[in-house]
Ligand binder design. Sequence first.
Ligand code: UT7
Length: 343
Amino acid sequence: MPNAYISGTGGYVPEQIVTNDDLRDGYGIDTTHDWIVKRTGIEARRFAPEGTCSADLAVPAARKAIANAGLTEADVDMIVFATLSPKHAFPGDGVLLQEKLGLCEQGRFIPAMDLRNQCSGFLYGLAAASSMVQSGMVRHVLLVGGETHSAALDLSTRGRTVSSLFGDGAGAVIVSPTDEDRGIRGWYLGADGRFADVLCQKVWDMSKRPFFPVPEGREGPGRVEPEMMWAHMEGRQVFKNAVERMIQVLVSACWDQKIDLADIDLFCFHQANMRINQMVAQTMGIPEEKLIHNIQKYGNTTAATIPLLLAEAEESGRLVRGMKVACVAFGSGFTWGSAILDW
Ligand code: UT7
């Protein structure tokens, strides 16, 4: 069985920079730069222009990852797309990306799979992609995490707790086989469905007839009420569980891999809140210099945070061949995961 490794990385964020002051001055949100920085570490985020979906953001990220792997689009055998902000209810963004990359024109009707594991989506995708590569059934999997949150944020004072956190972007990696002694050594995933309501966006409810609610005293096909359009988050509960689960899943990974935390050269934590990551690092005695962040400039880009981190770290020379890397994520579901990689 070959090892599966990340042979290429790429990232893309839209041009428009929205600072914390822009949230206040441009959108009229009652907030301050200091409040957001103090609680989250976020200084700015990117917003995609109208007419752009997550698959559009994924195109340049995917192209960079493919080129970085020394491949062409025609070498990709499968697409795995992790997002919580797909363009439509269905089909998923994986098929949109396949078409946008020009694969259909080339007669490359490769499988395209969507994953809905929110902030843990990239690590769930890495587990799926590496297993498929190791099985020998596919060679090069294009794994993408991409989000366009800005379309679905309540950019008003009412929604400030959630809307100040999220930004748009995409990160991509290529997962390939190798006979070398390197690659994705193990992945560790978990979920706790008891917390499904604590962080969610319930635009519709397929258990109801009709699946959009009908306002009281009215008849008809139903309609989306504003509170159904935006994400609901019980922030403190998410924070507390995130710290606990991230520690647990990182310890499990080290235990299973028979390595010490000190053996890890670089920690790529999901970027939900810098304070969550600092608390995990402090609790575990991880030195600050081994942690990398992009939340200051991009906010929480959900499924895109880890592949964006990897792409930027590789591009800047912070992440080099031979390093041992730990990726850890936690998010809606609750879902969580970790992966240990020899780069
Ligand atoms: O990918 C996973 C997604 N999410 C997370 O991991 C988030 C985890 N949770 C958190 O990071 C924190 O809970 C937040 C940063 C979201 C919020 O911090 P908090 O310390 O839990 O604040 P809070 O929600 O308890 O709100 C405290 C106060 C409230 O005002 P009152 O009721 O005390 O007057 C909020 O209305 O802060 C207010 N507030 C804000 N003020 C200025 C909430 N958001 C803002 C804001 N600007 N953006």
